[in-house]
Design a protein around this ligand. Structure first.
Ligand code: ADP
Length: 306
């Protein structure tokens, strides 16, 4: 598979404050790549560097085989970029906004009309297309903001935290749209501080914190290598966890216990044996799903901050 993005040892500082520190990452064609990190980690800065809106201080960035330092104009014309801030004209309707953005990308006439209708359909706003954007909810504006970045039919779409502060319905529309784009072979680079979004959408991920990439790779691989493996049990029978073969660490979590181990299924069956032998009341007994939250915790020693 070919790479659509190659970032090598990139540095960026704002008046001496380092925002990105020797960041390297790569994205394969056709993947949905999540850049995950807490607020202030450097995600927006990275997204702006990728589209040439900001200049990096050192290192190199190649997008679709083009050097951002030399071909920023061409990159912006080829790539779909959805900025974090809404960039729509409030007094115009959604359709008029899309016409403006489409023409900016050089699409015109009947073809533009067709693409606008299609984009409106895809973000679920055909029926509101002729209303002024000022009358839209935050989530609807975001959906139009995304539609605006698709009118030139880009093969690579970069989205900077597109679901911050929106309603669940808009979020679902955005997710459906992104899934269908991916099925059409479009590569997506998606920044977010919501790990569940990366788990639901992305097949590859880079975790960024304090301007540094702390790990990256296929999602499944990161979960397999770093995520906590554990069994969760809630029972009145234990004031202390008994000795169980394979149990590495037991910690209290609310009403229950998190039992860390290498082989959760085996441990779960030992826990079930132990508790049924004592006819204990059991409120919950389950394997904990490997999560990016625990990957982050393991690698940084902190919870993913909101
Ligand atoms: P994120 O998108 O992950 O929230 P940002 O890229 O916006 O992170 O910010 C990374 C760091 O750079 C933060 O410490 C932030 O305060 C700082 N920063 C971002 N933009 C500017 C700016 N225009 N001037 C000065 N500092 C900035």
């Amino acid at each position: 598979m070919s790479q659509v993005l190659k970032v090598d040892q990139v540095m960026k500082a704002y008046n001496g404050t380092v925002a990105l520190d020797r960041v390297s990452m790569s994205v394969e064609a056709g993947s949905c790549f999540g850049l995950l990190g807490p607020n202030g980690a450097g995600k927006s800065t990275m997204m702006k560097l990728l589209t040439g809106i900001l200049r990096h201080d050192a290192g190199s960035i190649e997008v679709l085989g083009m050097d951002v330092g030399k071909q920023a104009g061409e990159i912006r014309a080829t790539v779909g970029y959805v900025p974090q801030d809404i960039t729509l004209y409030e007094k115009l309707s959604a359709r008029q906004n899309l016409k403006f953005f489409g023409e900016m990308y050089g699409v015109r006439g009947a073809e533009l009309k067709r693409r606008i209708s299609e984009a409106l359909e895809r973000v679920g706003l055909s029926e509101r297309a002729d209303d002024r954007v000022a009358s839209y909810s935050g989530g609807m504006k975001r959906r139009i903001n995304i539609a605006a970045a698709l009118l030139h039919e880009p093969k690579l779409v970069i989205l900077d935290e597109p679901t911050v502060g929106i309603d669940p319905q808009s979020r679902n529309h955005i997710f459906e749209l992104l899934r269908s784009l991916q099925q059409e072979g479009v590569t997506l680079i998606y920044s977010t501080h919501y790990m569940e979004e990366v788990e639901a959408l992305c097949d590859a991920v880079a975790i960024i914190d304090h301007g540094r990439i702390i790990t990256q790779g296929p999602l499944e691989e990161l979960l397999e290598t770093h995520a906590l493996k554990a069994v969760y049990v809630e029972t009145d029978a234990w004031t202390e966890v008994p000795t169980l073969t394979g149990l590495q660490r037991a910690t209290r979590d609310g009403r229950g216990w998190v039992l860390e181990c290498e082989r959760p299924l085996e441990l779960m069956s030992r826990v079930a044996d132990e508790l049924s032998r004592n006819s204990a009341a059991v409120m919950a007994l389950e394997m904990m799903k490997p999560s990016l939250d625990s990957v982050f915790l393991k690698l940084t020693g902190e919870k993913l901050r909101d």
